[in-house]
Design a protein around this ligand. Structure first.
Ligand SMILES: NC(=O)c1ccc[n+]([C@@H]2O[C@H](COP(=O)([O-])OP(=O)(O)OC[C@H]3O[C@@H](n4cnc5c(N)ncnc54)[C@H](OP(=O)(O)O)[C@@H]3O)[C@@H](O)[C@H]2O)c1
Length: 281
């Protein structure tokens, strides 16, 4: 990964931090995006110290704010002239309904629209840096997901896991597949993945009740963040997946995504809706 520049969202914790460490260890220039400056700086210090690589920096962005995403891209392009790997890793789970400053349900905004907007705004830099890779951290929760085009936010029937999280993670796979189709021939690949059920705090820090309790009780039986980052690292850096695009991976192996995830009509419709919601259209 020498001479390669990598941007990792949510690189300050969990799977993202482990991915940052591994890619820095391989010699990459690593940009960690975090929403909290103190956590971002702490992660930079950690990655530098654990890898001996000093080409690690932090950029601040809350992916629930389209304004901040646009500013992040301006800042990134002013400092870096290439981007070889974009890892859309940041993600959140909320047991209770809530909206972002843009008036969008939080999981749809942070997990799907955030990476959608960020990736689209970085496509020129990625294409100019080809061969380049986009790695989208989805989830096997997408198998239970469905895109509710008539009720995207579940304002009156919110169910954090079954409806909102599943929809947002299905969004990641649909986005990846449509992106791969649009990027054909550019030398930029796009793949999505399930990291495993990983002992992070994702379902604990912004949730209440049964979700919080359940995750806390099950955490000791989950795989480690090192194990959970393996597929992200593989897709970001392995020569084995050079040129591979539009696939969904689990345990570093291509796997069949859900029927809905493979539906090109739904992927196109979601792309068009997402373009409108992010004012990209
Ligand atoms: N853990 C699992 O079992 C599992 C399973 C399937 C898929 N995944 C996916 O794996 C990815 C990483 O999750 P994780 O398990 O490593 O969880 P995590 O430890 O909670 O890490 C999530 C990262 O995303 C960041 N993030 C959350 N909301 C954000 C926002 N609004 N703006 C910017 N960054 C934000 C977090 O920042 P803060 O530190 O500030 O919160 C953190 O850096 C997610 O996409 C998740 O959906 C995880």
């Amino acid at each position: 990964m020498q001479n390669k520049t990598v941007l990792i969202t949510g690189g300050n914790a969990g799977i993202g931090l482990e991915t940052a460490r591994a890619l820095a260890k391989q010699g990459a220039t690593v940009v960690i995006v975090a929403r909290d400056a103190a956590k971002g700086q702490e992660a930079v210090a950690d990655v530098k110290q654990t890898t001996g690589n000093n080409k690690v920096s932090f950029m601040k962005c809350d992916l629930g704010s389209q304004k901040q995403i646009r500013q992040l891209v301006i800042d990134f392009k002013s400092k870096y002239d290439r981007l070889d790997v974009l890892v859309n890793n940041a993600g959140a789970f909320f047991s209770e309904y809530g909206e972002t400053e843009d008036g969008i349900e939080r999981q749809f905004a942070i997990n799907h629209l955030g990476p959608f907007l960020l990736t689209n705004l970085l496509l020129d830099t990625l294409t100019a840096s080809a061969p380049a890779r986009i790695v989208n951290v989805a989830s096997r929760a997408h198998y239970r997901g469905h895109i509710y085009f008539d009720n995207l936010y579940f304002k009156n029937n919110y169910d954090g896991f079954r409806l909102a999280y599943g929809q947002s993670k299905l969004g990641n796979v649909l986005f990846t597949n449509e992106l791969a189709r649009r990027l054909a021939g550019t030398g930029v690949t796009a793949n999505s993945l399930h990291p495993g059920v990983v002992a992070t705090d994702i379902a604990r820090k912004e949730s209440k009740g049964i979700y919080r309790l359940g995750w806390t009780l099950l955490k000791p039986f989950m795989i480690t963040t090192e194990q959970g980052a393996a597929t992200s690292i593989y897709l970001a850096s392995s020569p084995e997946v050079e040129g591979v695009t539009g696939k969904y991976f689990d345990k570093s192996k291509a796997k069949m995504a859900s029927k809905e995830a493979l539906d090109a009509t739904i992927a196109l419709k979601l792309w068009q809706v997402s373009e409108k919601l992010t004012a990209l259209a």
